[in-house]
Design a protein around this ligand. Structure first.
Ligand SMILES: Nc1ncnc2c1ncn2[C@@H]1O[C@H](COP(=O)(O)OP(=O)(O)OP(=O)(O)O)[C@@H](O)[C@H]1O
Ligand SMILES: [Mg+2]
Length: 257
């Protein structure tokens, strides 16, 4: 077994709606082993994105809060240290690139800015070189043109690659992808998932892949955690979950395929 890099213990979290607190996550426990890919599956509204927001320390931006529990990352308290970790050791790729990219700044500049947050000491030339390397890694060819494009001038798949470039430019240890391919057509979906798999190997990333699609979990993950109504119903190796599902909801998911 590899080292545990992320550990979530007894996590409770939720949102304020009309100043009334509504609990969403209930006693979530999760241990993430270094170098592995974890798929988090579960029906819509089960709390997958809420968990991702907690891991990125972004739940408060969405009018939410962590009620109690612990999250530790590489032995440190993630909840208090998240501002030093976000975008560096842990980064995220979200479902909808349109709402994440700034429409009035070229995508190259946006990737460069993501680098600058943690690399103020690099000179302009070094920074551009690094952006170019990362564009190559995510297979965005035609560097000059893409660098100087605004988001609306790129295809959905290209925009998603730009977001992945931003997410990996500071060499994260853990990459969280929340439904990273759901807005894309099937061929592009497959290309992006293959890209994640290649990057994982090449950069020795640990990945959390949130997906509705149990077939994606089957193909690309090492472990599967099934969320149901704000709890982790079961968390097992992929083989175990497909051969011996225990929770009723997991069985139902598997019946659908
Ligand atoms: N900003 C918010 N304010 C209030 N409630 C929220 C907010 N965001 C999510 N919720 C609620 O929290 C619950 C879990 O939502 P979440 O987005 O985590 O689910 P999910 O598993 O990611 O669903 P999906 O598969 O549809 O993306 C839902 O009941 C949702 O209505
Ligand atoms: Mg979601």
């Amino acid at each position: 077994m590899n080292k545990i890099i992320l550990s979530v213990k007894n996590l409770y979290a939720g949102y304020y709606v009309n100043s009334k607190y509504q609990q969403v996550l209930k006693n979530v426990n999760l241990d993430i082993e270094e170098g592995k890919t974890y798929a988090i599956v579960g029906q819509s509204g089960s709390g997958k994105s809420t968990l991702a927001l907690c891991l990125m320390g972004l739940i408060s931006i969405d009018n939410g809060k962590i009620e109690k529990g612990n999250i530790s990352f590489c032995g440190k308290d993630l909840i208090s240290d998240i501002n030093k970790i976000r975008g560096k050791d842990i980064s995220i790729v979200l479902q909808d690139p349109h709402s994440y990219l700034n429409p009035v700044i070229t995508v190259g500049k946006q990737v460069l800015e993501a680098l600058e947050v943690y690399n103020k000491n690099l000179n302009k030339e070094e920074k551009i070189k690094r952006v170019k390397e990362v564009f190559e890694k995510v297979k965005l060819d035609d560097f000059e043109r893409i660098y100087n494009s605004y988001p609306h001038q790129l295809s959905g798949g290209q925009k998603q690659r730009v977001l992945i470039a931003m997410a990996i430019i500071n060499n994260p240890k853990l990459l969280i992808a929340d439904e990273p391919t759901s807005g894309l057509d099937l061929t592009v979906q497959k290309q992006i998932l293959e890209l994640f798999a290649e990057l994982k190997k090449e950069l020795n990333l640990t990945m959390i892949m949130i997906t509705h699609n149990i077939l994606i979990a089957k193909k690309y993950s090492d472990y599967v955690a099934v969320m149901y109504k704000g709890e982790i119903a079961e968390q097992k190796s992929k083989k175990e979950i497909f051969e011996n599902p225990v929770h009723e909801y997991t069985k139902k998911l598997l019946d659908n395929i």
